[in-house]
Design a protein around this ligand. Structure first.
Ligand SMILES: [Zn+2]
Length: 174
């Protein structure tokens, strides 16, 4: 990683991961750590237990990004940082601050990036931009970065789906 990812970029990475959770009629979508993209330390090399660990981390991060409880979420996020013994590291004058965990597991590589990333997102006040998709049968979290902050759906797909549904509802019944 050459430059420090923005708080917004990191929050997006957390949201992408959180969106793979099984929820209601939607099945588990995290079947490979390749899905983590730049966060996957060794693409294609995740063992089944690595996958389970990352799913576990994801399920603990989810409530901290979706409508976090101000009474308990800060302690829960701080506890995650302690659990992975995350320590700030700098490699060069003027270089970015990154976090390292002595834990050798793959999940720790993901936590090194996402736990401080979520802390930055909280500090930057970005959480007020996170919403759950308003489409029927979809609760995918997304970050509304539109200028007017008026997005209702997670994706063009959901937005189109709902437009079609509204159109059908208006059409005369034959
Ligand atoms: Zn959606």
């Amino acid at each position: 990683m050459t430059s420090e990812p923005s708080a917004e970029g990191l929050l997006r990475a957390v949201l992408d991961l959180v969106a793979t959770r099984p929820l209601g009629p939607w099945p588990e979508e995290l079947h490979s750590l390749d899905r983590l993209g730049p966060l996957a330390p060794a693409p294609g090399s995740g063992s089944p237990s690595d996958l389970d660990d990352v799913r576990g981390l994801r399920d603990r991060l989810a409530p901290l990004v979706l409508d976090p409880d101000p009474g308990s979420a800060p302690a829960a996020l701080s506890a995650l940082a302690r659990e992975f013994a995350l320590a700030p590291v700098v490699d060069a004058l003027g270089g970015p601050v990154r976090h390292e965990s002595p834990d050798p597991r793959t999940v720790a590589r993901v936590a090194e990036v996402l736990v401080p990333g979520l802390m930055h997102a909280w500090a930057a006040g970005l959480l007020s931009r996170v919403h759950a998709c308003g489409a029927d049968n979809c609760e995918t979290p997304f970050m509304d970065t539109s200028h007017r902050a008026n997005r209702h759906y997670c994706s063009d797909r959901c937005s189109t789906r709902m437009r079609v549904r509204r159109h059908r509802a208006r059409a005369p019944q034959i």
